[in-house]
Ligand binder design. Structure first.
Ligand code: PHE
Length: 328
């Protein structure tokens, strides 16, 4: 390449530089110790060097001036930008509530709107409140060491929030009772749909003339407000010691809308247990079952959160990986 071509190329490169670092790179490429200009000069035959020296230096100086001009231009543009009051500010990155805290607040808000009162009861409780008083006999499989964590012979990490039922009856003394008890629960289970510590929200409504239709109404109200207007529940016969009759509540699948798909069972997803409070439990809570009746349900916070967000693995909720948490 002759000197003219090198100069032309160098100029062309410089005009395309958008940042100072790009400009520096181009400058080094041409003006550096081993840059294009010096390479050109170095390979000239000895006798040519004195002849071309002046032109060569001039070409370098001219290019150097171009680089300087471009540099001023870029710096000028960047500092002008610094003072451009119309440029939107950079928002500081702030965190958000943990997924579970957020879900608990949302669930609480939904039930509060229809008069339920948020309660919290012990998450470590005696056998009476967690089992015996709920009509669960000593030999019942739900009390098996396999599932319930025992602190001592008589004290457990609550395997459900139903201990709150008896405690609420005692605290309120007499109906009406409209409780939503949300707390931590513990079971010895871990897989894609279980963590050993999880949360339940336990609804309890006791008053005169409460029947299954009230349970259905509250269930539908909840799923329509939490999941969406088009969702509804169904009751499937089940068994719990502390309710009679007992049900498993299902909700229409949000993906297929009830038609049947890979995610659901024939159009339905399982929400959790519910039923009419057993007369023995009312009696144990000091309430006359001849005068009052009520319903109760206990559903999983992680479960509804996973269903709403189509989370494939409930354990991800407790991940500390920001790549997961930042998606919410
Ligand atoms: N305690 C039951 C469970 O953990 C759920 C339930 C609550 C059922 C209230 C009936 C009434 O599975």
């Amino acid at each position: 390449m002759n000197l003219k071509d090198i100069s032309k190329q160098a100029t062309a490169g410089t005009t395309t530089a958008g940042t100072i670092s790009e400009l520096k790179e181009i400058e080094t490429k041409y003006l550096g110790r081993h840059g294009e200009f010096n390479q050109y000069f170095d390979q000239l035959p000895k006798e040519e060097k004195p002849k071309q020296g002046a032109t060569f230096n001039l070409a370098k100086q001219k290019y150097s001036a171009e680089v300087q001009k471009k540099s001023d231009e870029i710096i000028g543009r960047e500092s002008a930008r610094e003072f451009d009051v119309t440029v939107p500010g950079i928002l500081p990155s702030i965190g958000h509530l943990h997924l579970i805290t957020g879900a608990i607040e949302e669930i609480t808000g939904i039930f509060e709107k229809i008069g339920f009162i948020r309660r919290r009861y012990p998450e470590i409780d005696t056998d009476w409140y967690a089992a015996e008083g709920l009509n669960i006999p000593k030999d019942h499989p739900a009390r098996d060491d396999q599932e319930t964590f025992y602190v001592s012979d008589n004290v457990v990490l609550t395997p459900h929030t139903s201990n709150g039922q008896l405690r609420e009856m005692e605290a309120m003394k007499k109906p009406p009772i409209k409780m939503i008890n949300i707390g931590k629960t513990y079971r010895r289970q871990i897989d894609i749909s279980h963590t050993p510590m999880f949360h339940q929200f336990e609804g309890l409504l006791i008053d005169k003339n409460i029947d299954i239709t009230h349970l259905i109404g509250v269930g539908n109200y909840f799923v329509q407000h939490y999941f969406g207007r088009d969702r509804r529940i169904r009751l499937r016969p089940h068994h719990f010691q502390f309710t009679e009759p007992s049900f498993e509540i299902d909700i229409t699948c949000g993906v297929c809308g009830g038609l049947d798909c890979r995610l659901c069972k024939a159009g339905w997803l399982e929400l959790g247990g519910a039923g009419m409070v057993h007369p023995t439990v009312l009696k144990n809570g000091g309430i006359d079952p001849k005068k009052y009746s009520g319903f109760a349900f206990g559903w999983g916070v992680e479960r509804v959160l996973a269903m709403k967000n189509n989370l494939p693995d409930i354990r991800n909720i407790y991940s500390t990986d920001l790549r997961i948490l930042n998606q919410f």
